[in-house]
Ligand binder design. Sequence first.
Ligand code: TRP
Length: 348
Amino acid sequence: MTIQRVFSGVQPTGNLHLGNYLGAIVNFVKLQATHNCIYCVVDLHAITVPIPVWGGPDELRRNTREVTAAFIAAGIDPKTQVIFNQSQVAGHAELTWVFNCVARLGWLNRMTQFKEKAGKDRENASIGLYDYPVLMAADILLYRATHVPVGEDQKQHLELSRDIAQKFNNDFAASIASNGHNDKYFPLPEPVITGPATRVMSLRDGAKKMSKSDPSDYSRINLSDDADAIAQKIRKAKTDPEPLPSEEKGLEARPEADNLVGIFAALSGRPKADVLREFGGAQFSGFKSNLVDLAVAKLGPLTAEMKRLAQDPGYVEQVLADGAERAGTIAEQTIRDVKDIVGFIRKQ
Ligand code: TRP
Protein backbone atom coordinates (compact mmCIF):
# COMPACT_ATOMS: atom_id res chain seq x y z
CA MET A 1 0.00 0.00 0.00
CA THR A 2 1.32 3.41 -0.89
CA ILE A 3 1.47 5.85 1.97
CA GLN A 4 -0.88 8.72 1.40
CA ARG A 5 -0.25 12.22 2.55
CA VAL A 6 -2.61 13.95 4.94
CA PHE A 7 -2.75 17.71 5.37
CA SER A 8 -4.97 19.68 7.67
CA GLY A 9 -5.02 23.08 9.30
CA VAL A 10 -6.38 24.66 12.46
CA GLN A 11 -6.74 28.40 12.91
CA PRO A 12 -5.05 30.00 15.90
CA THR A 13 -8.12 31.91 16.99
CA GLY A 14 -7.93 31.19 20.71
CA ASN A 15 -10.13 29.37 23.17
CA LEU A 16 -9.78 25.81 21.91
CA HIS A 17 -12.74 23.71 23.04
CA LEU A 18 -14.12 20.18 23.02
CA GLY A 19 -15.50 20.72 19.52
CA ASN A 20 -12.02 21.41 18.14
CA TYR A 21 -10.65 18.42 20.01
CA LEU A 22 -13.25 15.79 19.11
CA GLY A 23 -14.08 17.26 15.70
CA ALA A 24 -10.53 17.60 14.43
CA ILE A 25 -7.56 16.90 16.66
CA VAL A 26 -8.59 13.36 17.74
CA ASN A 27 -8.76 12.36 14.08
CA PHE A 28 -5.39 13.92 13.38
CA VAL A 29 -3.95 11.71 16.08
CA LYS A 30 -5.51 8.56 14.61
CA LEU A 31 -4.33 9.24 11.07
CA GLN A 32 -0.65 9.27 12.04
CA ALA A 33 -0.76 5.48 12.39
CA THR A 34 -1.48 4.99 8.68
CA HIS A 35 -0.42 8.18 6.88
CA ASN A 36 2.31 10.77 6.65
CA CYS A 37 0.66 13.77 8.21
CA ILE A 38 1.30 17.47 7.98
CA TYR A 39 -0.59 19.57 10.52
CA CYS A 40 -0.49 23.30 10.12
CA VAL A 41 -1.41 26.18 12.39
CA VAL A 42 -2.89 28.48 9.78
CA ASP A 43 -1.84 31.91 11.00
CA LEU A 44 -2.19 33.45 7.52
CA HIS A 45 -5.85 32.48 7.56
CA ALA A 46 -6.29 33.89 11.06
CA ILE A 47 -5.63 37.48 9.97
CA THR A 48 -8.39 37.51 7.32
CA VAL A 49 -10.88 38.87 9.88
CA PRO A 50 -10.62 42.32 11.56
CA ILE A 51 -7.76 42.77 14.07
CA PRO A 52 -10.07 42.99 17.11
CA VAL A 53 -11.44 39.57 16.14
CA TRP A 54 -8.07 37.81 15.88
CA GLY A 55 -6.71 39.81 18.76
CA GLY A 56 -3.51 41.42 17.49
CA PRO A 57 0.14 40.29 17.50
CA ASP A 58 0.52 39.10 21.11
CA GLU A 59 -2.71 37.12 20.99
CA LEU A 60 -1.76 35.60 17.66
CA ARG A 61 1.57 34.38 19.02
CA ARG A 62 -0.11 33.00 22.13
CA ASN A 63 -2.86 31.29 20.13
CA THR A 64 -0.37 29.82 17.66
CA ARG A 65 1.55 28.26 20.55
CA GLU A 66 -1.72 27.09 22.11
CA VAL A 67 -2.85 25.14 19.03
CA THR A 68 0.64 23.67 18.69
CA ALA A 69 0.55 22.62 22.34
CA ALA A 70 -2.87 21.02 21.82
CA PHE A 71 -1.52 18.98 18.89
CA ILE A 72 1.41 17.75 20.96
CA ALA A 73 -0.62 17.16 24.13
CA ALA A 74 -3.23 15.19 22.18
CA GLY A 75 -0.51 12.80 21.05
CA ILE A 76 0.61 13.91 17.60
CA ASP A 77 4.28 12.99 17.44
CA PRO A 78 6.18 16.05 16.22
CA LYS A 79 9.16 13.85 15.30
CA THR A 80 7.42 11.46 12.93
CA GLN A 81 4.77 13.91 11.65
CA VAL A 82 5.10 17.56 10.69
CA ILE A 83 3.68 20.31 12.91
CA PHE A 84 4.35 23.89 11.84
CA ASN A 85 2.81 27.33 11.37
CA GLN A 86 1.87 28.42 7.88
CA SER A 87 3.69 31.78 7.80
CA GLN A 88 7.08 30.06 8.24
CA VAL A 89 6.81 28.44 4.81
CA ALA A 90 6.71 31.12 2.11
CA GLY A 91 5.36 28.68 -0.47
CA HIS A 92 1.80 28.99 0.91
CA ALA A 93 1.63 32.64 -0.14
CA GLU A 94 3.53 32.04 -3.38
CA LEU A 95 1.31 29.21 -4.57
CA THR A 96 -1.77 31.22 -3.58
CA TRP A 97 -0.81 33.86 -6.15
CA VAL A 98 -0.57 31.33 -8.95
CA PHE A 99 -3.88 29.78 -7.86
CA ASN A 100 -5.47 33.25 -7.75
CA CYS A 101 -4.87 33.30 -11.48
CA VAL A 102 -6.35 29.81 -11.95
CA ALA A 103 -9.46 30.15 -9.76
CA ARG A 104 -12.44 32.02 -11.17
CA LEU A 105 -14.38 34.85 -9.59
CA GLY A 106 -17.58 32.88 -10.17
CA TRP A 107 -16.25 29.96 -8.13
CA LEU A 108 -15.38 32.13 -5.16
CA ASN A 109 -18.69 33.96 -5.34
CA ARG A 110 -20.38 30.68 -4.46
CA MET A 111 -18.52 30.17 -1.19
CA THR A 112 -21.08 30.14 1.60
CA GLN A 113 -18.56 30.66 4.40
CA PHE A 114 -17.47 33.99 2.92
CA LYS A 115 -21.08 35.12 2.78
CA GLU A 116 -21.61 34.13 6.42
CA LYS A 117 -18.39 35.66 7.69
CA ALA A 118 -18.64 38.86 5.67
CA GLY A 119 -22.26 39.35 6.74
CA LYS A 120 -24.16 42.36 5.47
CA ASP A 121 -21.18 44.68 5.22
CA ARG A 122 -19.48 42.84 2.38
CA GLU A 123 -17.73 45.95 1.06
CA ASN A 124 -15.80 46.11 4.28
CA ALA A 125 -14.58 42.49 4.32
CA SER A 126 -10.87 41.99 3.61
CA ILE A 127 -9.68 40.70 0.24
CA GLY A 128 -7.97 38.00 2.31
CA LEU A 129 -11.31 36.75 3.63
CA TYR A 130 -12.57 36.45 0.06
CA ASP A 131 -9.40 34.67 -0.99
CA TYR A 132 -9.38 32.37 2.05
CA PRO A 133 -10.42 29.24 0.09
CA VAL A 134 -7.65 29.78 -2.48
CA LEU A 135 -5.05 29.96 0.31
CA MET A 136 -6.56 26.76 1.69
CA ALA A 137 -6.15 25.07 -1.70
CA ALA A 138 -2.53 26.22 -1.77
CA ASP A 139 -1.97 24.79 1.76
CA ILE A 140 -3.08 21.36 0.66
CA LEU A 141 -1.61 21.24 -2.84
CA LEU A 142 1.76 22.71 -1.83
CA TYR A 143 2.37 19.26 -0.29
CA ARG A 144 0.38 17.45 -2.98
CA ALA A 145 -1.69 16.01 -0.14
CA THR A 146 -4.27 13.40 -1.05
CA HIS A 147 -6.37 13.29 2.11
CA VAL A 148 -7.75 16.13 4.18
CA PRO A 149 -9.58 15.56 7.47
CA VAL A 150 -12.10 18.39 7.67
CA GLY A 151 -15.49 19.06 9.18
CA GLU A 152 -18.71 19.36 7.23
CA ASP A 153 -18.33 23.16 7.04
CA GLN A 154 -15.09 22.88 5.04
CA LYS A 155 -16.34 20.48 2.36
CA GLN A 156 -17.16 23.27 -0.08
CA HIS A 157 -13.66 24.69 0.29
CA LEU A 158 -12.19 21.27 -0.35
CA GLU A 159 -14.25 20.95 -3.51
CA LEU A 160 -12.83 24.26 -4.65
CA SER A 161 -9.33 22.85 -4.02
CA ARG A 162 -10.14 19.99 -6.37
CA ASP A 163 -11.46 22.41 -9.00
CA ILE A 164 -8.28 24.46 -8.77
CA ALA A 165 -6.05 21.37 -8.97
CA GLN A 166 -7.95 20.10 -11.97
CA LYS A 167 -7.93 23.40 -13.84
CA PHE A 168 -4.20 23.83 -13.20
CA ASN A 169 -3.58 20.29 -14.51
CA ASN A 170 -5.66 21.04 -17.62
CA ASP A 171 -4.48 24.57 -18.34
CA PHE A 172 -0.83 23.56 -18.11
CA ALA A 173 -1.15 20.00 -19.40
CA ALA A 174 1.43 20.43 -22.17
CA SER A 175 3.96 22.11 -19.91
CA ILE A 176 3.38 19.56 -17.15
CA ALA A 177 4.19 16.80 -19.63
CA SER A 178 7.22 18.55 -21.12
CA ASN A 179 8.61 19.02 -17.62
CA GLY A 180 8.45 15.26 -17.19
CA HIS A 181 5.53 14.99 -14.73
CA ASN A 182 2.54 12.74 -15.09
CA ASP A 183 -0.67 14.42 -16.21
CA LYS A 184 -2.05 14.77 -12.71
CA TYR A 185 0.64 17.01 -11.30
CA PHE A 186 -1.69 18.00 -8.50
CA PRO A 187 -3.76 15.18 -6.98
CA LEU A 188 -7.44 15.89 -6.33
CA PRO A 189 -7.55 15.91 -2.53
CA GLU A 190 -10.32 13.99 -0.82
CA PRO A 191 -12.04 14.67 2.48
CA VAL A 192 -11.45 12.14 5.24
CA ILE A 193 -14.76 11.26 6.84
CA THR A 194 -14.44 11.30 10.57
CA GLY A 195 -15.83 9.41 13.58
CA PRO A 196 -19.02 9.79 15.71
CA ALA A 197 -19.01 13.25 17.34
CA THR A 198 -17.48 15.31 14.56
CA ARG A 199 -20.08 17.94 15.21
CA VAL A 200 -20.06 18.80 18.87
CA MET A 201 -23.00 21.06 19.66
CA SER A 202 -23.47 23.76 22.29
CA LEU A 203 -24.26 22.44 25.77
CA ARG A 204 -27.01 25.09 26.00
CA ASP A 205 -28.63 24.56 22.60
CA GLY A 206 -28.35 21.28 20.71
CA ALA A 207 -29.10 23.03 17.43
CA LYS A 208 -26.02 25.27 17.54
CA LYS A 209 -22.41 24.23 17.05
CA MET A 210 -20.12 24.49 20.07
CA SER A 211 -18.28 27.73 19.41
CA LYS A 212 -15.62 29.91 20.94
CA SER A 213 -17.72 32.97 20.18
CA ASP A 214 -20.87 31.89 22.06
CA PRO A 215 -21.38 34.50 24.80
CA SER A 216 -22.18 31.80 27.37
CA ASP A 217 -19.12 29.97 28.67
CA TYR A 218 -21.52 27.21 29.78
CA SER A 219 -22.13 26.41 26.13
CA ARG A 220 -18.68 24.87 25.71
CA ILE A 221 -15.95 22.90 27.44
CA ASN A 222 -12.69 24.75 26.93
CA LEU A 223 -9.43 22.83 26.74
CA SER A 224 -8.30 25.18 29.51
CA ASP A 225 -11.14 24.15 31.91
CA ASP A 226 -10.22 22.32 35.09
CA ALA A 227 -12.09 19.28 36.42
CA ASP A 228 -14.54 21.38 38.47
CA ALA A 229 -15.47 23.54 35.51
CA ILE A 230 -15.94 20.48 33.29
CA ALA A 231 -18.17 18.84 35.91
CA GLN A 232 -20.26 21.96 36.42
CA LYS A 233 -20.80 22.56 32.72
CA ILE A 234 -21.87 18.98 32.06
CA ARG A 235 -24.24 18.97 35.06
CA LYS A 236 -25.84 22.19 33.82
CA ALA A 237 -25.99 21.04 30.19
CA LYS A 238 -29.47 21.34 28.70
CA THR A 239 -31.44 18.09 28.41
CA ASP A 240 -35.05 17.04 28.00
CA PRO A 241 -37.23 15.34 30.62
CA GLU A 242 -37.27 11.85 29.04
CA PRO A 243 -34.87 9.09 30.05
CA LEU A 244 -32.24 8.06 27.49
CA PRO A 245 -33.49 5.90 24.62
CA SER A 246 -31.99 2.47 24.10
CA GLU A 247 -31.59 2.82 20.34
CA GLU A 248 -30.10 5.48 18.12
CA LYS A 249 -33.33 6.34 16.35
CA GLY A 250 -34.71 7.42 19.73
CA LEU A 251 -32.28 10.36 19.57
CA GLU A 252 -34.04 11.88 16.57
CA ALA A 253 -35.61 15.23 17.45
CA ARG A 254 -33.73 15.18 20.78
CA PRO A 255 -30.69 17.30 19.84
CA GLU A 256 -29.39 17.80 23.38
CA ALA A 257 -29.59 14.10 24.23
CA ASP A 258 -28.00 13.28 20.90
CA ASN A 259 -25.15 15.68 21.57
CA LEU A 260 -24.33 14.33 25.05
CA VAL A 261 -24.45 10.74 23.81
CA GLY A 262 -22.25 11.74 20.87
CA ILE A 263 -19.72 13.33 23.21
CA PHE A 264 -19.74 10.22 25.40
CA ALA A 265 -19.25 8.00 22.35
CA ALA A 266 -16.40 10.08 20.95
CA LEU A 267 -14.59 10.38 24.28
CA SER A 268 -14.84 6.64 24.91
CA GLY A 269 -14.14 5.64 21.30
CA ARG A 270 -17.37 3.62 21.14
CA PRO A 271 -20.30 3.81 18.70
CA LYS A 272 -23.37 5.70 19.95
CA ALA A 273 -25.47 2.54 19.70
CA ASP A 274 -23.13 0.87 22.14
CA VAL A 275 -23.42 3.74 24.63
CA LEU A 276 -27.22 3.58 24.38
CA ARG A 277 -27.20 -0.15 25.00
CA GLU A 278 -25.52 0.62 28.32
CA PHE A 279 -27.50 3.73 29.30
CA GLY A 280 -30.88 3.26 27.58
CA GLY A 281 -33.65 3.89 30.11
CA ALA A 282 -31.34 5.79 32.50
CA GLN A 283 -32.11 9.30 33.73
CA PHE A 284 -29.83 12.12 32.60
CA SER A 285 -28.54 12.72 36.13
CA GLY A 286 -26.93 9.28 36.23
CA PHE A 287 -25.70 9.47 32.66
CA LYS A 288 -24.20 12.89 33.29
CA SER A 289 -22.23 11.62 36.31
CA ASN A 290 -20.68 8.98 34.09
CA LEU A 291 -19.98 11.57 31.41
CA VAL A 292 -18.30 13.86 33.95
CA ASP A 293 -16.00 11.02 35.08
CA LEU A 294 -15.18 10.11 31.50
CA ALA A 295 -14.58 13.71 30.39
CA VAL A 296 -12.37 14.48 33.37
CA ALA A 297 -10.38 11.26 32.88
CA LYS A 298 -9.86 11.90 29.14
CA LEU A 299 -9.39 15.65 29.13
CA GLY A 300 -7.49 16.00 32.43
CA PRO A 301 -4.14 14.70 31.12
CA LEU A 302 -4.56 16.68 27.89
CA THR A 303 -5.25 19.99 29.59
CA ALA A 304 -2.50 19.38 32.16
CA GLU A 305 0.01 18.80 29.37
CA MET A 306 -1.20 21.92 27.55
CA LYS A 307 -0.67 23.94 30.74
CA ARG A 308 2.82 22.52 31.09
CA LEU A 309 3.64 23.38 27.47
CA ALA A 310 2.30 26.92 27.95
CA GLN A 311 5.15 27.31 30.45
CA ASP A 312 7.68 26.15 27.87
CA PRO A 313 7.25 28.38 24.80
CA GLY A 314 10.85 27.71 23.77
CA TYR A 315 10.13 24.02 23.25
CA VAL A 316 6.87 24.70 21.41
CA GLU A 317 8.57 27.18 19.08
CA GLN A 318 11.35 24.68 18.46
CA VAL A 319 8.76 22.14 17.32
CA LEU A 320 7.34 24.73 14.91
CA ALA A 321 10.77 25.65 13.55
CA ASP A 322 11.69 22.02 13.03
CA GLY A 323 8.34 21.31 11.38
CA ALA A 324 8.70 24.35 9.12
CA GLU A 325 12.13 23.13 8.05
CA ARG A 326 10.74 19.76 6.98
CA ALA A 327 7.56 21.21 5.45
CA GLY A 328 9.74 23.76 3.63
CA THR A 329 11.75 21.04 1.90
CA ILE A 330 8.62 19.53 0.35
CA ALA A 331 7.16 22.96 -0.42
CA GLU A 332 10.29 24.18 -2.21
CA GLN A 333 10.16 21.24 -4.60
CA THR A 334 6.53 22.02 -5.50
CA ILE A 335 7.31 25.71 -5.96
CA ARG A 336 10.24 24.84 -8.25
CA ASP A 337 8.00 22.55 -10.32
CA VAL A 338 5.20 25.12 -10.50
CA LYS A 339 7.58 27.86 -11.60
CA ASP A 340 8.89 25.65 -14.39
CA ILE A 341 5.38 24.60 -15.39
CA VAL A 342 4.08 28.18 -15.50
CA GLY A 343 7.18 29.55 -17.20
CA PHE A 344 8.76 31.67 -14.49
CA ILE A 345 12.55 31.79 -14.90
CA ARG A 346 14.22 30.53 -11.73
CA LYS A 347 17.55 31.49 -10.21
CA GLN A 348 19.89 28.67 -11.25
N1 TRP B 1 -10.39 26.48 6.86
C1 TRP B 1 -10.08 25.47 7.83
C2 TRP B 1 -11.01 25.62 9.05
O1 TRP B 1 -11.38 26.71 9.40
C3 TRP B 1 -8.65 25.57 8.29
C4 TRP B 1 -7.72 25.26 7.16
C5 TRP B 1 -6.87 26.12 6.53
C6 TRP B 1 -7.54 24.00 6.56
N2 TRP B 1 -6.17 25.48 5.58
C7 TRP B 1 -6.55 24.18 5.56
C8 TRP B 1 -8.14 22.73 6.77
C9 TRP B 1 -6.16 23.12 4.74
C10 TRP B 1 -7.73 21.69 5.93
C11 TRP B 1 -6.76 21.88 4.94
O2 TRP B 1 -11.34 24.65 9.66
